[in-house]
Ligand binder design. Structure first.
Ligand SMILES: Cc1cc2nc3c(=O)[nH]c(=O)nc-3n(C[C@H](O)[C@H](O)[C@H](O)COP(=O)(O)OP(=O)(O)OC[C@H]3O[C@@H](n4cnc5c(N)ncnc54)[C@H](O)[C@@H]3O)c2cc1C
Length: 433
């Protein structure tokens, strides 16, 4: 038994030089998934994301952009169906597999990784709500084109924030969520058998400029503030939909972002999957799902930064020896390592726990997002410290990591605001024995 455990540890160590899988129950199939996604991340995502990082935002989505090759490759093997349940025609990956995929995508290039992951967003909702609401039309009209796509042409986005409402849109459970004067300005109004949508979503919508479909969170009852919302699934080629210019930003430059405008856009009633009382709970469940994914993605960034730092520390000579032999550097590496390992354990546990319970534990997903994005930022910063001035040079991986990680402290909710949402829960729900 002890020998078996030792040989399983040795196998784990052999997989990649700097990665020890602490989960001794990991299966061969899960290991194989990691190998496949890791190779894709290493050979395709990373080099392409470095190319995109140097381009202007318009060029990232131009016809000649290498981004499209990555999308086509990801979809060609059906990988885009990872997060779609099996009964709806997807792969229905389990929580450990999902975590592995997210971490490897984040390790390779978190910007393109997020673009690929968020692309599935409206379609996972079409799969779930088509079944839940017994509306086969959602499967036939929204989900089916995504299931069939092998070229990366059917892409999704999650459109919730607005120019005047960022944190407001994500503050479920907070008293401000019900303030009438904090209601969103992208509104849907019922008109016969249709909903008519007017307004705009913020320039930060991930895939906003390239999505063919949206999961739109909008306001339907402004008297109820942000809580008076609805969720609609819709194609974005409808009359009245237009896009803003590709957004220029400091990091995650391979992730296309931009506004979506709605001018008297008419959608059939069946596309509105949530209205009335269930909206606030839906926002919370969405934060729980999205934040759990973010935790895993940014664990990958933290690990990548640690690996770069270890590799460099074994080459750079100062004080007459390679810097990895200086105890000071070893201690910094240890602190980085501890953050990466903590990030992996919490983010994997949050995905696993929240894969089943309804309602999910939003505080665990938020804790994962906050801890892992902080880890990614701090570990990237420490990596640059180990690189010295070399790490501050454009074109170095660690320099990109810190810009990508800095965005994550605001992405999917400012960490402090998410902390308020989680703190509000924690202060109420836990029974102290
Ligand atoms: C890389 C990236 C990807 C993104 N992807 C998407 C996407 O796919 N879809 C989408 O719709 N949006 C997306 N966003 C937008 C993102 O969700 C918002 O930027 C975020 O919620 C914060 O909103 P804001 O930028 O308007 O900041 P604000 O909400 O204006 O916050 C400004 C400051 O005020 C503080 N603050 C705000 N409210 C409170 C409060 N109630 N109490 C105390 N302090 C408060 C905040 O902590 C922050 O420090 C993305 C953003 C980034 C950076």
């Amino acid at each position: 038994m002890r020998d078996a455990r030792r040989s399983s540890r040795e196998d784990n160590r052999r997989e990649t030089s700097l990665y020890l899988e602490l989960n001794t129950g990991i299966t061969d199939e899960q290991r194989a998934i990691r190998d496949v996604v890791h190779q894709f991340a290493k050979k395709r995502l990373r080099p392409v994301s470095m190319q995109l990082d140097a381009l202007d935002a318009d060029q990232v989505i131009a016809a000649a952009s290498p981004l499209w090759e990555v999308f086509a490759e990801w979809y060609s093997q059906g990988n885009h169906l990872t997060f779609i349940s099996e009964d709806a025609g997807g792969i229905g990956a389990g929580p450990v597999e999902q975590h592995i995929v997210y971490e490897e995508l984040g390790w390779g290039a978190v910007d393109i990784g997020i673009s690929l992951a968020v692309s599935a967003f409206p379609f996972t909702y079409a799969a779930r709500y088509g079944t839940l609401l017994d509306r086969p039309s959602l499967h036939e009209e929204i989900l089916a084109p995504f299931l069939e796509d092998r070229e990366g042409k059917v892409r999704g986005c999650w459109a919730i924030t607005e120019p005047a409402h960022g944190s407001d849109t994500l503050g479920s459970g907070l008293s401000s969520f019900r303030r009438r004067d904090a209601a969103g300005s992208c509104r849907a109004v019922k008109d016969g058998g249709d909903w008519v949508i007017n307004g705009q979503k913020s320039s930060w919508v991930s895939n906003g400029t390239i999505a063919t479909h949206a999961c739109l969170f909008c306001t339907i009852d402004p008297d109820n503030g942000m809580a008076g919302g609805g969720v609609a699934l819709m194609p974005l080629d409808l009359p009245g939909v237009s896009r803003g210019k590709p957004w220029q930003k400091i990091g995650q430059r391979g992730l296309p972002q931009g506004e979506i405008f709605f001018d008297d856009v008419r959608i059939p009633e069946r596309y509105m999957i949530v209205d009335g009382d269930r909206y606030e709970a839906t926002v919370e469940a969405t934060i729980a799902g999205a934040n759990a994914g973010m935790g895993a993605l940014f664990t990958g960034v933290a690990r990548a930064a640690l690996e770069e730092a270890i590799a460099y520390s074994r080459e750079r000579v100062q004080g007459g020896k390679i810097i990895s032999e200086h105890q000071l550097v070893q201690h910094i590496l240890f602190e980085m390592f501890a953050k990466v390992e903590s990030a992996r354990q919490l983010s994997r546990a949050a995905i696993a726990y929240n894969a089943t319970p309804n309602p999910p534990s939003v505080e665990h997903s938020i804790a994962s997002k906050v801890l892992c994005t902080r880890a990614a930022f701090e570990v990237s910063s420490d990596a640059i410290q180990i690189f010295g001035a070399t790490g501050l040079t454009r074109g170095m991986l660690v320099e990109k990591f810190i810009r990508d990680a800095r965005m994550s402290l605001i992405e999917d909710g400012v960490n402090e605001l998410l902390g308020l949402v989680a703190g509000n829960h924690i202060s109420k729900v836990y029974e102290i024995d």
